[in-house]
Every structure is written in structure tokens, then in C-alpha cells.
Design a protein around this ligand. Structure first.
Ligand code: MTE
Length: 317
């Protein structure tokens, strides 16, 4: 984001994943620590309390996928943006042990018929998990391909019966400087806040993730609950959510507040609209040496372009 800006053509050694570190999915699942949640363990519902490293079972194949090569688990869990832990890519995995993802409460409020405060595990229990392989394209022009485990945000929202005044969804990350050392510094205006327009929020591509690579979400990737919006720059995919509010007005999001000329509310991946300080036309897939072309809406144009019909995407960046 504002920090760690690299010039074009530069790639740090940490961005090139050594081949030896790559574990294919089957091998990883064999080697992974922790037991599989058995059918018996799941009999009380579709979700049981679990900690990072525990494998998820009963994860169905989701309706959306890219067939591109997966980014190795090691990169997905050690090359992170999570400023609550620090601004370096390695800070989140190094300091992730500070975060306690249980017990975890999530507030659902605003323009809903059934507001409330929910224990995370109870909130998640009714939802069947799906695995979806999505591209994640960061505004810093690197990208990954990640198998997320989660369920559509739409399914959760409809349980709370949004009113006709619910036009946007606002998300908030936990604020606790004891668990998040990065919040002791005013790098950003804490807590981290993101938002989606209602039609974006209920789009079937929009996922609430509770795991990745078939395992419970590691803290550094946003445990226990994070958003994944694959056609938008990665900063929209807010981590460690404690509050979901349905609101009438567009909520100011953290990065747009921090640098309004650089980051907008929509943040749709768009190779034709440059960031003021660098081009967005190309990206480097973590593990690759050469850059590749960035695709409009991160390759999801067929599914989402209609949401923005008639909008000037230069003005609404
Ligand atoms: N959520 C919170 N709460 N804090 C953050 O700093 N960084 C965002 C997003 N969600 C961030 C966040 C950015 S810039 C990106 S690119 C993605 O998380 C990175 O997700 P990953 O580390 O799981 O790949």
C-alpha cells in the first residue's frame, strides 16, 4: 500500500518462491498438522470450533474456480498484508500468535430486522462450506491464486433480513492493540473498515472465508472470518471481522480515507486506470519471475461487469 512500494522491474528474493518450498495440494493435505474434522464431529451442525491448522472436511467444490496454478501455501501464509500486525509482509506471520480467534463475537446491526451479537461458531454453523480457487490481485501489483474455504456473504446477510434502506454493507476489523501491535501506531485510522455496495455484497462471487487450502484460516490471513471479493484489489478483502453493518450511505473505507487520491471505494481491478504512483497494467504472480497482463476485473468481467454499466470507472476507482 503506501509502504513497501517497489519500482517496476524490481522483485525481491522473498517474492520468488523456491521450487523446493512448493507442496502440491494432495501432498500438503497428507502432511498438514492436526486431524480432519470427522463427520461425527460435524454432526451437531456444519461447523465446530476449530483452530488454525485443523483440516476442514465436508468442503464441497464451489461454483467458481480458476484453473491456474495455486500459489504455494507457504507464500499465502507468510507473504501478507495485515497492517494490524505491521507493515512488512513478514510481520503478520511472525506476530500472528498474538491474535486469539476464539472466543470471537460478531455484531450484525444497522438496517436489518434481526440485529444481534453472535458467537462466531454459532454464526457460521448453518453454512455449508465450499472451496473456491480465486485470484487475489493486490494494488501493489502482485497476485496470488488461493483456494479459499467459505460461503457466500449473501447467504449470511439474508438470515438477518436487510430492510429496504440497506444500500451498503460496512465491515470492521477487531480493534485491540494488545493483540494487534500495529494498532499501537497510527499508520492507519483504526479499526480497519471496508464496504461494499449491496449488489456487490450479494453477488455470488463474494465470499466470507473461514479457511484456505482446506484448513481453518491462519491468523495472518484474517482469522477467524474475512471477506474475499476477487474482482477488487486485495485491500477490499477485510480480515478478522467483528462487525457487519447494513447501512444506507456509502461507508468511508480505511484506505480511501487515508489517501483519497490513490484508493477509492470501488477498487475494481482495472489495468486501464493507473494508481497515481504506478501502473496497474501488469502484475507479478508470486513465484513467477516475469510479469503478466492484469485482466479487467481480475478476470471476472463476465460475472461482474454489468454491476458497473454506465459508470465512469476512472471517476469511480
Ligand atoms: N484487512 C485488515 N484488517 N488489515 C489489513 O491491513 N490488508 C488488505 C486485505 N485485508 C488488510 C486487510 C490488503 S492490502 C490485502 S492485499 C489483503 O488483505 C491481503 O490478504 P492476504 O495477506 O491474506 O493475502
Amino acid at each position: 500500500m503506501l509502504i513497501n512500494v517497489k519500482r517496476h522491474g524490481e522483485v525481491s528474493s522473498s517474492e520468488i518462491t523456491p521450487q523446493g518450498l512448493y507442496l502440491d495440494r494432495r501432498r500438503f493435505l497428507r502432511l498438514g498438522a492436526g486431524g480432519v474434522l470427522s463427520a461425527a464431529a460435524l454432526s451437531g451442525g456444519l461447523w465446530k470450533p476449530a483452530v488454525a491448522g485443523v483440516k476442514l472436511s465436508h468442503v464441497a467444490k464451489g461454483p467458481y474456480d480458476t484453473r491456474e496454478e495455486l500459489t504455494p501455501y507457504e507464500s499465502v501464509t507468510t507473504y501478507n498484508n495485515f497492517y494490524e500486525f505491521g507493515t512488512d509482509k513478514e510481520d503478520p506471520s511472525r506476530l500472528a500468535g498474538n491474535l486469539r480467534p476464539r472466543p470471537w463475537k460478531v455484531v450484525v446491526d444497522g438496517e436489518v430486522a434481526k440485529p444481534g451479537t453472535y458467537d462466531f461458531d454459532e454464526l457460521i454453523r448453518p453454512h455449508a462450506l465450499q472451496e473456491r480457487v480465486y485470484r487475489l490481485r493486490c494494488v501493489e501489483a502482485w497476485s496470488m491464486v488461493i483456494p479459499w474455504d467459505g460461503f457466500p456473504l449473501a447467504d449470511l446477510l439474508k438470515r438477518f433480513e436487510p430492510t429496504s434502506r440497506a444500500k451498503f454493507v460496512r465491515f470492521e476489523t477487531l480493534y485491540d492493540p494488545h493483540q494487534f501491535p500495529g494498532q499501537r501506531r497510527s499508520v492507519l485510522d483504526w479499526p480497519y473498515v471496508e464496504g461494499l455496495r449491496m449488489d456487490e455484497a450479494i453477488h455470488p462471487l463474494t465470499l466470507l472465508a473461514v479457511g484456505l487450502y482446506g484448513e481453518v484460516l491462519p491468523n495472518q490471513d484474517g482469522a477467524p472470518l474475512r471477506l474475499v471479493v476477487p474482482w477488487k484489489y486485495g485491500f477490499k478483502s477485510i480480515k478478522s471481522i467483528v462487525k457487519i453493518s447494513l447501512v444506507e450511505k456509502m461507508p468511508p473505507n480505511t484506505w480511501a480515507k487515508s489517501a483519497p487520491n490513490e484508493y477509492g471505494f470501488y477498487a475494481n481491478v482495472n489495468p486501464r486506470v493507473d494508481h497515481p504512483r504506478w501502473s496497474q497494467a501488469k502484475e507479478r504472480r508470486i513465484g513467477d519471475f516475469f510479469k503478466r497482463d492484469t485482466l479487467m476485473f481480475n478476470g471476472y468481467a463476465e460475472e461482474v461487469a454489468h454491476l458497473y454499466a454506465g459508470m465512469d470507472l476512472r471517476a469511480f476507482f
